[in-house]
Write a protein that binds this ligand. Structure first.
Ligand code: ASP
Length: 326
């Protein structure tokens, strides 16, 4: 689509490798004095009319749910403006999927919101930030990107925020959607979607302050390791269980105690493909977990199930209804 001069995309920078340089004296990647994306503005102008704003400049391990909430608020404000076609967020890749999903759960409307970043900093050979940003602008201003929820654009692919995850520590093709695949691709000349829009649900955004740890099951888990779940009190917990949704038997005592205190426990699998279901009847098997009132969650990994649980708690959804929301 040719961009209309009266309309613009807003680029909101939050930091990450896309905003960093490799310092050859220390051989470390760090934030420089000037934002590297400012030096490619002539290229960006040829792609779209845009306004660029710097909201944060942090590596994404420094992001918090409260900062995600602030980002969501800023984006919602921009999207209210009639001349804004959509928003592109630049972000570090480490926690990008959590921010993308938080935005997906809290931003209504059809206007595209795209999030991107880089695996290589701006002065490294083969830096991927500029091309990812150019492609994100093209996706954000494209008519067929409307109504698809938050999209993650990397390495010529378009992914749904709900399904995408970082799969590699350094490869530029790191973002993948296990089981689901990308929803579309960016070609030299066009944007092409091969999955229909499947936006699910959006909640009233409230500051996400709930204490929700993620606990990963490992063989031979000792309940003593999990005493931190009781002091100080938590608001909910996400369990990354074995396989189809099973735990080590000694962990059952911890889960019972959590449920007695009416603390919501949401279970995903530590496998990145497949479903959790109440299949097994042995000690610690899914049947027992279902009977304990543990909420089975499919289609989200542990870190995203945590974001969803925090959003539901902040929105005041009654905990006894959580099984309808996962
Ligand atoms: N550690 C970096 C970050 O998430 C990685 C990146 O941006 O690619 O900020």
């Amino acid at each position: 689509m040719e961009h209309e001069l009266s309309h613009k995309v807003v680029i909101v920078n939050t930091g990450g490798t896309i905003a960093m340089n490799l310092d050859e004296t220390t051989n470390s990647v760090q934030v420089g004095l000037s934002h590297p994306l400012r030096s490619i503005e002539a290229v960006l102008r040829r792609v779209a009319s845009y306004e660029m704003v710097d909201l944060f400049n942090v590596p994404s391990p420094h992001m918090t749910p409260v900062m995600m909430h602030e980002l969501s608020r800023v984006i919602r404000k921009y999207l209210e403006q009639p001349d804004v076609l959509g928003v592109v967020v630049t972000h570090g890749t480490d926690t990008l999927e959590e921010t993308a999903y938080y935005l997906d759960l809290t931003i209504r409307g059809d206007k595209p919101v795209v999030i991107t970043g880089a695996m290589r900093s701006s002065n490294e050979l083969g830096a991927d930030g500029p091309v990812n940003l150019v492609q994100s602008l093209r996706v954000a201003e494209h008519e067929s990107s409307r109504g698809r929820g938050v999209l993650v654009v990397f390495n010529d692919e378009i992914h749904a925020a709900r399904h995408v995850t970082k799969t590699h520590t350094s490869n530029v093709a790191t973002f993948q959607s296990p089981s689901y695949g990308p929803v579309g691709i960016v070609t030299k000349k066009d944007i092409s979607y091969h999955q229909p829009p499947d936006r699910v649900d959006v909640f009233e955004p409230q500051v996400p302050q709930a204490q929700v740890p993620v606990v990963k099951m490992v063989a031979g888990m000792d309940p003593k390791w999990l005493q931190f779940l009781f002091d100080p009190a938590i608001d909910g917990v996400v369990l990354e269980a074995f396989g189809a949704g099973n735990v080590s038997p000694p962990v059952l005592s911890v889960l019972r105690k959590l449920r007695e205190k009416a603390i919501p426990v949401v279970m995903v699998s530590r496998c990145y493909n497949g479903y959790v279901q109440d299949i097994y009847g042995y000690e610690g098997g899914g049947k027992q977990l279902k009977d304990l009132g543990i909420v089975f969650c499919n289609g989200l990994n542990g870190q995203k199930a945590r974001i969803r649980l925090m959003v539901l708690l902040a929105a005041g959804v009654p905990t006894d209804q959580f099984s309808n929301f996962f």
